[in-house]
Design a protein around this ligand. Structure first.
Ligand SMILES: *Cc1c(COP(=O)(O)O)cnc(C)c1O
Length: 391
C-alpha cells in the first residue's frame, strides 16, 4: 500500500483557487510546524505502522464492504456499502482523531483541543485523548451543549473538559472561534484537532490522508466482491472528510464520484467562494459576506462551508455534488433499516437517499454503486422517532 501520497499534488495546500492558509500571524508558525511534522510523520514507516496497528487493534479496521442483495433487487442496480458504521465509536471520525492524537504525541504536546457542533467530533477526540493519555478540552456552543446533553456526558465520562461558549449565536462557528483563540494562547503544549477536511493548510490535506484508508480498503474489496471498480462512488458531504477519504482512491478510476449535501446546507450546490475557518472554499454567505447558518435534519452536516478539495473537484468536474431534502433522508433511513437490517446515521442516509432517487435514472440499471456508510444510526434513532411521532 502506498504511503507517500501526501507528496502528490496539493502539498502546498492549494486546490486550484481553493484552500490556502488564512490565519492570523500568531498561528503562522504553528500551522507551518504542523505541516512539516505531518509530512515527516506520514512518510515515516514507524508512524504508518503505529497508525495502522491502532486502527486494526482498537478501531476495528479493516471494515467490510457489504453487498445489499435486497435493495439491489428492488432498485435494479448493485449496491455496496463501505461499513464505517462498524468501527469503534461508530463512524469514520475515529480514523482522523487517532492520526492527530499520534501526531500530538510525536510533537511532544500533552493536550488536545477540539470544537464540536453535534458532539460527534468531540466524543471522537475525547476517545483518542483517553487512549493516548492526553488532556482534552472541547469547545461547544452553549445552545449545542443544551441540545446534545448525552454527547456532553460522554465527553466528560471519557475525561474531557467541555467548555460552553456563550458568544455570538452560541453554536459551532462561535466554538470554532473560541478554539482558535485558545490555540493561539497555548500552542506550545496544545494541538488543535480539526474534525474534517477543513481549516488552514495542512488540515484539509492531512485529514484527507488520515481518512484515505476508507477508499484504500474499499477499492480492492470491490475488485474482490464485485469483480471490478464501481461505476458510482457516493458519499455524504458535511465538511467532506468521509467523501474525500473515499474519493481519493478512485480519482484515477472511471467511477463517477458523487458527494451528497443536505438541501439546506448545500455549500457547493448553492455556495459562493469566500474565506472562512482559515481557508478559501465555497460557503453559504449572504450578499454582504456574512456566513449563513445551514439547516439540516442531520446535525453532522449542518456546517455552512465545505472542504476546499471538494470545491476544487467540483470546479474541474471530476466530482459532482447533489442535494437531497430531509424528507428523502427520513425515508432512506427507514428503507435501509427495513430492507437490509442496517440503521444508518442520518448523514450517510443522505447518500442512500440520492441512490434511491436516481437508480434507473441518472444511475443506469445494472450499475455498481459503492456508498460510504459513514456511521451508524443509534445516535439518531431518538430524533427520527420524535419526527415520526413514535416517541
Ligand atoms: C461527522 C459525520 C459526517 C460529516 O463529516 P464529513 O467530514 O463530511 O465526513 C458524516 N457522517 C457521520 C456519521 C458523521 O459522524
Amino acid at each position: 500500500m502506498s504511503v507517500s501520497n501526501a507528496s502528490d499534488a496539493y502539498r502546498d495546500g492549494l486546490f486550484g483557487e481553493f484552500g490556502g492558509r488564512y490565519v492570523p500571524e500568531s498561528l503562522m508558525a504553528a500551522t507551518r510546524e504542523l505541516e512539516e511534522l505531518f509530512f515527516a510523520a506520514w512518510e515515516d514507516a514507524d508512524f504508518q505502522h503505529q497508525y495502522r496497528s491502532i486502527l486494526a487493534s482498537y478501531a476495528g479496521r479493516p471494515t467490510p464492504v457489504t453487498h445489499c442483495a435486497n435493495l439491489s433487487a428492488d432498485l435494479g442496480i448493485d449496491l455496496y456499502l463501505k461499513r464505517e458504521d462498524l468501527t469503534h465509536t461508530g463512524s469514520h471520525k475515529i480514523n482522523n482523531v487517532i492520526g492527530q492524537a499520534l501526531l500530538t504525541k510525536r510533537m511532544g504536546k500533552s493536550r488536545i483541543i477540539a470544537e464540536t457542533g453535534a458532539g460527534q467530533h468531540g466524543v471522537a477526540t475525547a476517545t483518542a485523548a483517553a487512549l493516548f493519555g492526553l488532556s482534552c478540552t472541547v469547545y461547544m456552543g452553549a445552545v449545542d451543549v443544551e441540545r446534545q446533553a448525552l454527547n456532553v456526558f460522554r465527553m466528560r465520562l471519557l475525561g474531557a473538559e467541555v467548555v460552553s461558549v456563550s458568544s455570538g449565536s452560541m453554536t459551532l462557528k462561535d466554538a470554532i472561534n473560541e478554539a482558535m483563540r485558545e490555540w493561539v494562547a497555548s500552542v506550545d503544549d496544545t494541538h488543535y484537532c480539526i474534525g474534517s477536511v477543513m481549516g488552514p493548510h495542512p488540515y484539509p490535506l492531512m485529514v484527507r490522508q488520515f481518512q484515505r484508508i476508507i477508499g484504500e480498503e474499499a477499492r480492492p474489496q470491490m475488485q474482490e466482491i464485485a469483480g471490478s471498480d464501481p461505476d458510482f462512488v457516493v458519499a455524504c458531504v458535511g465538511g467532506g472528510s468521509n467523501a474525500a477519504g473515499t474519493f481519493t482512491a478512485f480519482i484515477d478510476s472511471d467511477a463517477a464520484l458523487v458527494g451528497v449535501e443536505p438541501a439546506g446546507g448545500a455549500a457547493i450546490g448553492r455556495g459562493t467562494p469566500g474565506v472562512v475557518h482559515g481557508m478559501r472554499s465555497k460557503l453559504l454567505q449572504d450578499e454582504f459576506g456574512q456566513v449563513q447558518e445551514a439547516q439540516s435534519i442531520s446535525a453532522g452536516l449542518d456546517y455552512p462551508g465545505v472542504g476546499p478539495e471538494h470545491s476544487y473537484l467540483a470546479s474541474i468536474g471530476r466530482a459532482r455534488y447533489e442535494a437531497v431534502d430531509d424528507g428523502q433522508v427520513l425515508e432512506a433511513f427507514q428503507i435501509l433499516a427495513r430492507r437490509e437490517g442496517i440503521i444508518p446515521a442520518l448523514e450517510p442516509a443522505h447518500a442512500i437517499a440520492y441512490v434511491l432517487a436516481e437508480a434507473g435514472k441518472s444511475i443506469p440499471a445494472g450499475s455498481k454503486v459503492l456508498v460510504t456508510m459513514s456511521g451508524r444510526g443509534d445516535k439518531d434513532s431518538e430524533t427520527v422517532a420524535k419526527i415520526l411521532g413514535e416517541a
